[in-house]
Design a protein around this ligand. Structure first.
Ligand code: C2E
Ligand code: MG
Ligand code: MG
Length: 511
């Protein structure tokens, strides 16, 4: 990364000096900052502003300095009917020459795969003509960077070849610029002007470090692209060896998780949620636990993403809903009426079966829908244009289940959704609670979030309360509810009865 300003500098410095050189260096540093923003935040300043940023202007020039690798060109080859890009067969021809050229001049070739996020949603919500327009626009945006070659490989996948690279940073810079362009809105024509927001993820494999034939490089670029997607999308990843090991582990975990669902290795633990000023239990959060026969306890932060990407979240989620509702029923039978909070991931929210699962479990256990509170992480709300998601939230609210925003404060979304979406409660992320008593900034943030919740008429719960000082601060600031190790860790169902004692916190303190 640090090579980037130096790289741009080395291209321009021989020709300029004095103030111009200083300006160009600042310019290069800005380009670097944007790449870092891509990697760390997964989005870029220029894509938000919708204007051409420094990356956009510098990259075509960088790439134009290359030698062309196919002297006769590829103009005679067939083209993709939708986008007008060269047919994917051009890849073989250009890649072979590019690798030979790279060997001769000791240069690098970058094989880059791009995958558009959520094209299926665009097709579903706006029709196939809109999807086609998004694809054509993406093709044009990629081609406008003047790479050696860009083709559409399948559906919403593109492959780009960058040749004659002196170092990896040049390729990374170009890919960052491409993602920047792909993240800009596409305007649909029609009666109403609608902007569609799609973005893309990319993976890069470099010749010769990561492979010596096109098939291997493509496979590795693809692997890196999947990692970029799993890290939240809107970013790129460069292939590295650890990805193969990670993939193997992932495949094993997927296989074991399938067995775990049938083999009773999964359990639910429940963490009580208290009303802070009375100490009364108001609800429980159901948290999944996996006891792996060889690996021992596997935390949900590891296996939930595997379940999401493999589709296993569907049977896992159905099981959880059944189990949690039947726990709620048992408590109700003994005269207690806590709410049950369950965590729902984006993958579940997109599935229509979620509504059926909820309705089925509620009716089997004769529970009112408002006994269930679905916790959705803030990152789900990043892109409010995701219509499928919004529709699904509205259907859930219509059904009568409660909705809460989990890990509030950790996302980087616009707060406008607080006004628009049917969410009743905010859960302040535990990282802010941890700073109470030591970090003024965290205390100020917690205070601000409580104020925000009040302004929007939402309930507010603090998660991760570990000390009496944190509890006292939150109670004094008017935070209504809390959960955390101070009160109890998540425990199996059999250990939950004590929380229904008249003074559960006193019980906890003495025993
Ligand atoms: P979350 O929903 O934010 O859950 C709270 C996490 O904080 C839990 O970790 C809980 O054990 C932990 N925690 C509770 N009190 C304290 C405390 O005082 N201090 C600290 N340091 N931690 C505390 P857990 O059980 O490991 O779950 C991690 C995440 O995995 C959850 O975060 C949730 O996002 C996800 N998860 C867990 N179960 C499920 C599930 O059934 N479905 C889905 N989709 N996600 C789940
Ligand atoms: Mg949660
Ligand atoms: Mg949380």
């Amino acid at each position: 990364m640090l090579a980037v300003p130096a790289l741009i500098g080395s291209l321009v410095m021989p020709f300029v000096s004095g103030p111009a050189a200083v300006i160009l260096f600042v310019f290069a540093a800005a380009a670097l900052a944007m790449i870092v923003a891509h990697d760390v935040l997964g989005q870029s300043a220029s894509s938000q502003a919708g204007t051409a940023g420094p990356l956009e202007r510098v990259v075509p020039d960088l790439l134009l300095r290359r030698r062309s690798v196919v002297p006769g060109g590829i103009d005679g080859l067939p083209r993709d009917a939708l986008t007008g890009l060269p047919d994917r067969h051009a890849l073989d021809i250009v890649a072979t020459s590019a690798m030979q050229e790279a060997d001769r001049h000791e240069r690098l070739v970058a094989v880059v795969t791009f995958d558009l996020d959520r094209l299926t949603d665009v097709n579903g919500c706006h029709g196939f003509a809109a999807g086609d327009l998004v694809l054509r626009t993406a093709a044009r945006r990629l081609a406008s960077l003047s790479p050696e070659l860009v083709v559409r490989s399948t559906g919403d996948r593109f492959v780009m070849l960058l040749t004659d690279l002196a170092e990896r940073a040049t390729g990374e810079l170009a890919v960052a610029a491409a993602l920047d362009r792909l993240a800009q809105a596409v305007r649909l024509d029609g009666l109403r002007e609608i902007d569609v927001h799609t973005s893309a993820s990319a993976g890069i494999a470099f010749y010769p470090q990561h492979g010596t034939d096109l098939a291997g490089l493509l496979q590795r670029a693809e692997m890196a692209m999947v990692e970029a997607k799993q890290a939240g999308g809107r970013r790129f990843r460069v292939y590295d060896e650890a990805m193969i090991r990670g993939l193997r582990l992932r495949n094993e975990m997927e296989r074991d998780l399938k067995r775990a669902i049938d083999g009773r290795q999964l359990q639910l633990h429940y963490q009580p949620q208290f009303e802070l000023h009375t100490g009364r239990v108001v609800g429980f959060e159901a948290l999944m636990r996996w006891q792996h026969p060889e690996r021992g306890w596997v935390p949900p932060a590891i296996f939930i993403p595997v379940a999401e990407s493999s589709g296993l979240i569907r049977p896992l989620g159905s099981w959880l809903i059944r189990e949690a509702c039947s726990a709620c029923r048992s408590w109700r039978d003994r005269g207690h009426d806590p709410t049950m909070a369950i965590n729902i991931s984006a993958a579940q929210l997109r599935q229509e079966e979620l509504l059926d699962d909820l309705a089925g479990a509620l009716s089997r256990n004769a529970l009112e829908p408002d006994r269930l509170e679905l916790e959705l992480t803030e990152s789900l709300f990043v892109d409010p244009s995701e219509i499928v998601m919004r529709r699904s939230l509205e259907q859930l609210a219509h059904m009568g289940v409660k909705l809460a925003i989990d890990d509030f404060g950790t996302g980087y979304s616009s707060l406008a959704y607080l006004k628009r979406l049917p969410v009743g409660k905010i859960k302040i992320d535990k990282s802010f609670i941890a700073g109470i008593g030591s970090e003024d900034v965290d205390e100020a943030l917690v205070r601000a979030i409580i104020g925000l919740a009040r302004t929007f008429g939402k309930g507010v719960l603090a998660e991760g309360i570990e000390t009496e000082a944190q509890r006292a601060f939150l109670a004094q600031e008017g935070c209504e509810q809390g959960q955390g190790y101070l009160f109890s860790r998540p425990v199996p169902f059999a250990q939950c009865d004590r929380f229904f004692e008249p003074d559960p916190l006193a019980v906890r303190r003495t025993g």
